[in-house]
Design a binder for this molecule. Structure first.
Ligand code: SAH
Length: 269
């Protein structure tokens, strides 16, 4: 994918175009720019200070369905809020149109915020949005968010790493099942990484995923936790093992993060 990114040569020189990604997240938003704001998993307290300041200054916010809605109360009364992405009743605004909207609003001289759940660069299509803006010559600021891949386990009391227990974690998408031609994941390798495995978008295919991991030799007794709606008042979690979690979590609906590994068996207090 790297070869598709704009301004490859500039990147090779470590000069990211149109981006203040590494510094200055608290600087005032400039008219005619786009700011990608990661909203965290849902609890308004988990939006960063820079993210909140950006919302306060925005002329227009393009909101994702998983973004923390309560935080929108911090927008100015005259700020236009546009809901894009998946909408109720199954409609959705295609990504290409979202990219166009970002560019159009910025070209109209507005301070544009793209507000998403978690972090925009973790299964958030932030890379594509950044690329579309860069191609149109629009300056982009990146405000990282608290990703659910770490926050959902944490809020459920699960550390994704733990000294002496596990020395890493691997985050994957389960939006297509193992064996599907669209899947790019090596499930045999994932079964033997000896890292905590964190699966996003994995509710629908949880039975296939746990079966595949066992086929590739993962111990059926490996602890598994499914953390549902982390950071929301109705957050809950289901704990089990690789062998029984699919049955225990049958009633779970998205959004949920699945954590597989010894840490998912930890209980504090
Ligand atoms: N950019 C987001 C992830 C978007 S993909 C991030 O960094 O968190 C959407 C998936 O994220 C959901 O299917 C679910 O697996 C996970 N997710 C997002 N918010 C969540 C939440 N509050 N609780 C549990 N899972 C969540």
């Amino acid at each position: 994918m790297i070869e598709n990114l704009p301004h490859k040569e500039e990147q090779m020189n470590h000069q990211l175009p149109h981006s203040t990604a590494t510094t200055g997240t608290l600087a005032p938003l400039e008219p005619g720019t786009v700011t990608l704001v990661g909203g965290g998993p849902g609890d308004p307290g988990l939006l960063t200070v820079a993210g909140l300041r950006a919302l306060e200054q925005a002329d227009v916010v393009l909101v994702d369905h998983l973004a923390p809605q309560d935080s929108l109360a911090s927008c100015r009364p005259d700020c236009e809020q546009v809901w894009v992405g998946k909408l109720p009743r199954g409609e959705f605004v295609p990504q290409e149109r979202i990219n166009e909207l970002l560019v159009e609003h910025a070209q109209a001289g507005r301070r544009v915020v793209r507000f998403k759940g978690g972090d925009n660069f973790v299964f958030g299509r932030g890379g594509e949005e950044w690329q579309a803006c860069a191609e149109a010559g629009i300056a982009v600021r990146i405000i990282p968010g608290v990703t659910s891949s770490v926050a959902a386990p944490a809020l459920a009391g699960i550390p994704v790493t733990h000294r002496s227990m596990v020395q890493g974690f691997t985050v994957v998408s389960g939006h297509v099942p193992p064996g599907d031609p669209r899947s790019q994941l090596d499930w045999a390798a994932l079964a033997s990484t000896r890292t905590t495995l964190v699966v996003l978008m994995g509710v629908k295919y949880l039975p296939q995923i746990v079966a595949e991991l066992q086929t590739h030799g993962m111990d059926p007794a490996t602890p598994v936790a499914v953390v549902v709606k982390a950071g929301h008042p109705d957050m809950r979690q289901v704990r089990g093992s690789l062998a029984d979690i699919a049955e225990l979590a049958q009633q779970v609906t998205p959004p949920a993060v699945t954590v597989i590994g010894e840490v998912a068996g930890l209980v504090w207090g």
